[in-house]
Design a protein around this ligand. Structure first.
Ligand code: AMP
Length: 195
């Protein structure tokens, strides 16, 4: 059970990934979360934080190290759902190579798409909700950084739709509906993931 969630910021991939992770009993692995936990006192951690706060992608070397350290752990032996990785073709090739070395492959890549206006609205309201709940919003959930994250997505991550389509594992979903409707659509298309 090896899945990848693909989609721009605000598409809802994290929410769906958590549901699928709970349903299948496999870990939800978000490279964004791993990077946010990285120690900023180290040169790699500090470099990553600067790039994240500007809305740019972190170097493949840093992200790949963090990801493989995580997916080699015993709880991921049965499978995992990746959220935010891969983010470019080089990362996708590195993942494929690693999976091939394990005699494994991806069961499906779940792509969630939505128009930019919807993504902006969702991310900015997520930030406003965090503030009104008294917690700190994500440093990259502001309009300027979000526009850069969307541009990084368009330039570097979007080619992965084609990459995975050619491999026959891509399933695409309209992310403009509500969370439950999207979960239902995913379950209908990929019965193994359930509803
Ligand atoms: P996310 O939590 O997935 O929105 O990721 C937040 C930020 O972490 C991104 O805007 C990037 O700066 C960085 N990031 C997360 N995953 C990756 C990745 N696979 N490759 C490069 N940068 C990443």
């Amino acid at each position: 059970m090896r899945y990848v969630m693909l989609g721009p910021p605000g598409a809802g991939k994290g929410t769906q990934a958590v549901r699928i992770s709970n349903r299948l009993g496999i870990p939800h692995i978000s490279t964004g979360d791993l990077l946010r936990l990285a120690d900023v006192a180290t040169p790699a951690g500090a470099a990553a934080r600067t790039l994240m706060e500007a809305g740019h992608l972190v170097s493949d070397e840093i992200v790949v190290d963090l990801l493989f350290e995580r997916i080699r752990r015993s709880d991921a032996r049965k499978g995992f759902i990746l959220d935010g990785f891969p983010r470019n073709v080089i990362q996708a090739e590195i993942l494929d190579e690693w999976l091939a070395g394990q005699d494994e492959g991806l069961d499906a890549v779940l792509e969630i798409y939505a128009p930019v206006a919807v993504l902006l609205d969702r991310v900015l309201s997520r930030s406003a909700q965090a503030v009104s709940a008294g917690s700190a919003p994500r440093a990259d959930d502001n309009e300027t950084t979000l526009r850069q994250r969307l541009e990084s997505y368009r330039m570097e991550t979007l080619p992965l739709s084609d990459y995975y389509h050619r491999k026959g594992v891509l399933m695409s979903f309209d992310g403009t509906c509500n969370i439950d409707a999207l979960a239902t659509a995913i379950g209908e298309q990929i019965p193994a993931v359930g509803r």
